[in-house]
Design a protein around this ligand. Structure first.
Ligand code: AMP
Length: 235
């Protein structure tokens, strides 16, 4: 299955993406993680990325499309792909469509996680992550079981706050989402053989996962049925 995950920053895409990728055996490609790794590497490209990312602005389309095209063409994604944070603009979506068309592997599902703006800001500004393994926490809603100790890897110490999760930058990122990314829902809606599914991201992370898993399982079954009909047409 090839899935695009859409939602404002703080909608819970990162948390859901990890769970869904594992559940359905999809490769999880997070454009934010890929760009942050490039930035942390300190390359010339990384330095350019920092200017945009630290201000909460989107990185120019041609740069992101180049980086993501390489990741999407990796043979490892042939078994299933979950795109998180990409595409984020209509030109990026067009470039992705073109690339997937050439490999005859179009998108199957667009998952939209919807959360009110006030909640998004509260969630983003309280988000923390483990500097060792990247596990995501929240100062109020998702604390580690033992304070200061990562549930996933046992790291002890301060957790990180992303520079772009600070309040002014978080607002800027939300504005960019509303202006440039939300129109993608209309871009994808109504296409044949592509399901656009919307979910209430205001529920608990476990409830959201359960809702999405149930619907994706249905899509998977539909897909299998379609393939079966293609392979063994009824006489
Ligand atoms: P994220 O972790 O998805 O919130 O992304 C963090 C930052 O990386 C964003 O605020 C942008 O500066 C940049 N970024 C990630 N994905 C994209 C994209 N598809 N297009 C442009 N910029 C992106």
């Amino acid at each position: 299955m090839r899935v695009v995950l859409l939602g404002a920053p703080g909608a819970g895409k990162g948390t859901q993406a990890k769970r869904l990728a594992e559940k359905f055996g999809m490769v999880h490609l997070s454009s934010g993680d890929i760009l942050r790794a490039e930035k942390a590497g300190g390359s010339e490209l990384g330095k350019q990325l920092a200017q945009y990312m630290d201000a909460g602005d989107l990185v120019p389309d041609d740069v992101v499309v180049g980086v993501m095209a390489k990741a999407v063409s990796d043979p490892k994604v042939a078994g299933g792909l979950l795109l998180d944070g990409f595409p984020r603009t209509v030109p990026q979506a067009e470039a992705l469509d073109e690339q997937l068309k050439q490999s005859a592997a179009p998108l199957d599902v667009v998952v939209v996680i919807e959360v009110p703006e006030a909640v998004v800001i509260e969630r983003t500004c309280g988000r923390r992550s483990c500097p060792n393994c990247g596990a995501i926490y929240h100062v109020t809603f998702l604390k580690p079981r033992t304070p200061g100790v990562c549930d996933s890897c046992g790291y002890r110490g301060e957790f990180d706050q992303r520079a772009d999760d600070r309040p002014d930058v978080a607002r800027q990122r939300l504005a960019a989402y509303n202006e440039l990314t939300a129109p993608l829902i209309v871009y994808y809606d109504g296409r044949e053989a592509l399901k656009v599914l919307r979910f209430d991201g205001g529920k608990t992370p476990d409830e959201v996962t359960a809702d999405i898993v149930a619907d994706l399982q249905e899509c998977q079954t539909d897909g299998t049925e379609r393939t079966r009909r293609l392979v063994w047409p009824s006489s």
